[in-house]
Write a protein that binds this ligand. Structure first.
Ligand code: PLP
Length: 240
């Protein structure tokens, strides 16, 4: 790399932060006797350019998370052929009128929090060769204001997902409520996951843990961590 090689510098930066995050994951797994291969690292690239996605793919990170349908579509178009290698994960709040389009390209949707989304996602998913993976997002403080179904609604949403052959119910997702101890929130999520598995034994996945709390999430059974800042840097624009 020579001075002024901006792409090379960015690639080196991403490779370095990826090494740090992978080491954190390995240590978090080791601390509780888990195999790191049980945990999927999703790079959340919202607000970052398609070029970063391409770099992450070259570094072997094929699971890419986005929170907005339009932004994901723009990056897919920009990446052209490279986009086919990517497994797109939608992690942000889903507008009902975007659910069909998301179902048509996302490999996994982590933020399914109401019944209305299920049929629309399934309709879109018909265009894909394999079922779209679905996580039901739970609101752990029963305040659906920030996304997530209240605990009492989770079973009905999960049943609706499981009834659609175009969808595959994987498990639950949650974001720790503001001002709460992440470990306590993840412990509660794990308990709700166990409850879900009594009805849906295959729904054993937990999408939990972000840059600041992935270690606590892994300690409580997370199988999918969604990491933005620790990989890509601090976002300058505000996104949900
Ligand atoms: C932005 C976002 C992330 C990544 O958060 P970081 O703190 O940047 O790692 C994870 N999950 C969801 C739902 C997000 O919106």
């Amino acid at each position: 790399m020579h001075p002024g090689d901006v792409d090379g510098e960015r690639a080196a930066q991403l490779a370095s932060s990826l090494g740090v995050v992978r080491a954190r994951l390995a240590a978090a797994c080791e601390a509780v006797g888990r195999d790191p291969r049980e945990v999927t690292l999703i790079a959340v690239t919202k607000t970052y350019p398609a070029a970063d996605v391409a770099t992450l793919v070259r570094l072997g990170v094929l699971d890419i998370g986005e929170s907005k349908e339009q932004e994901a579509q723009r990056k897919r178009a920009e990446l052209a052929d490279a986009a086919t290698a990517v497994r797109w994960h939608m992690v942000g709040r889903i507008q009902s009128n975007k659910a069909r389009t998301i179902g048509a390209f996302a490999r996994a949707v982590h933020s399914v929090d109401r019944l209305k989304l299920v049929d629309r996602l399934a309709e879109g998913a018909r265009q894909q060769p394999a079922p779209v993976e679905v996580f039901v997002q739970v609101s752990l403080d029963d305040d659906p204001g920030r996304g997530g179904a209240v605990v009492g609604d989770v079973a009905a949403i999960a049943d609706a997902v499981a009834a659609r052959p175009e969808l595959r119910l994987r498990g639950l997702m949650a974001v720790p409520p503001l001002g709460t101890e992440p470990a306590a929130a993840f412990a509660r999520l794990q308990e709700l996951g166990t409850r879900l598995q009594a009805e849906h034994p295959a729904a054993s996945a937990l999408s939990a843990g972000m840059s600041s709390d992935l270690d606590a999430a892994v300690a409580h059974g997370s199988t999918h961590v969604r990491v933005g800042t620790a990989l890509l840097g601090r976002r300058t624009s505000i996104v949900s």
